[in-house]
Ligand binder design. Structure first.
Ligand code: FMN
Length: 349
């Protein structure tokens, strides 16, 4: 068990160590994807060889509707992890998020652990990252522009991690003024702002407010995958907060609620939180996400199989998704998302 730490860098290292294990999964709550089954289309007319996954992600074209979620930076271990994840993202031509850049606001010591991502992934979308608790404290938003510039980010993620701040020994559960700050940030930054949870999900009501304040991307990061309450409980020396281990809105529920808003608003919907298989990713897309994303399983795959392991995980998932699209009669991602390809299991039995 890692020791309690007192610096941002130590905390990042402890997060990595714990996330290499499965102790930090939700205990009694799931993503909800298992409640859905694909509707088999006995009269499919799809030519599987013609299925193309090319997707527009903000201003760039990516090869798969999938992104490597924000994980690390700002600790010595992060340098090699980010270097390798970036190589995988570049080879796959998919977006990649950096871990919280809070450390880069403290000093320059670990700047290279962030910069390496852009160095090794020169052309794919790279997403910056900062926590809401930090954002609300900032008096000068130029500091966020600086974080964008460090990695030449294509978009900036603000992560809303209220539960984690609540349970983290050094947490700062004060998000007063968040929407106003986000509104100012969306006007100030030269790149789009994405708001992302870290495992508790985002409701439709919250998304409506975020869109009204200029946010252009939503990453639901719902419940059922990595429990950040779990991570913080395991990090702390006592087990306070155990009743919040499974707190949050399941990923499938969030995507299903939010996707219909795309009819009226232009924004990118990222489906994440417990996407641990090809079927999870396929269901996230079929429920209406523009892209699916994963964090912990990518870290674990990198640890076991290196860059090639990550590449074969993602390409393997999308080979399976092609088969699912063929069997559901979906010629392309648009049809896969819009043809009601999922049946709730309560209708089946
Ligand atoms: C080691 C690790 C570190 C993380 N650090 C960050 C972070 O700095 N910023 C952030 O927005 N999310 C962070 N996350 C959260 C993930 O991006 C993701 O939202 C969450 O883990 C749920 O996805 P999963 O179930 O696929 O792991 C981290 C996740 C892991 C595994």
């Amino acid at each position: 068990m890692p020791k309690k730490s007192d610096s941002t860098s130590d905390r990042k290292r402890e997060h990595i160590e714990l996330c290499l294990t499965d102790q930090v999964a939700f205990k009694n709550k799931t993503t909800g994807f298992e409640y859905y089954d694909f509707e088999h289309n006995a009269i499919t007319e799809v030519d599987i060889r013609k299925i193309d996954f090319t997707t527009q992600f903000f201003k760039k074209k990516i090869s798969y509707p999938f992104l490597i979620s924000c994980m690390t930076g700002g600790t010595p271990e992060a340098g090699s992890i980010n270097a390798e994840l970036a190589v995988a993202a570049q080879k796959l031509n998919i977006p990649i998020g950096v871990g919280s850049q809070r450390q880069a606001l403290e000093n320059d010591k670990y700047l290279d652990t962030y910069k390496i991502i852009r160095k090794n992934a020169p052309t794919v979308p790279v997403l910056g990252n900062l926590g809401a608790a930090e954002l609300v404290k900032l008096k000068i938003l130029d500091k966020v522009s600086y974080l964008v510039d460090i990695i030449n980010a294509d978009a900036m993620i603000i992560h809303v991690n209220s539960l984690q701040e609540l349970l983290q020994p050094e947490g700062e559960p004060n998000f007063k003024g968040l929407l106003k700050k986000l509104n100012m940030l969306t006007k100030k930054l030269k790149v789009p702002v994405i708001v992302k949870e870290v495992g508790s999900g985002i409701s439709k009501r919250a998304v409506q407010k975020l869109l009204d304040n200029g946010v252009q991307g939503i990453d639901v990061a719902g419940a059922g995958g990595t429990s950040w309450a779990g991570v913080e409980i395991l990090r702390s020396t006592n087990s306070k907060g155990d009743e919040f281990w499974d707190w949050g809105l399941p990923t499938a529920f969030c995507i299903k609620q939010i996707a219909p808003l795309k009819e009226y608003h232009e924004f990118v919907l990222i489906g994440s939180g417990g996407i641990n298989s090809a079927f999870d990713a396929a269901k996230a897309l079929a429920l209406g996400a523009d892209v699916a994303a994963s964090a912990r399983i990518i870290l674990q795959t990198l640890d076991k199989g290196g860059v090639e392991g990550v590449i074969s995980l993602v390409t393997g998932w999308f080979k399976t998704i092609k088969k699912i699209m063929f069997l559901t009669g979906s010629n392309n991602l648009y049809e896969f998302r819009h043809k009601n390809n999922l049946i709730h299991k309560s209708e089946l039995y």
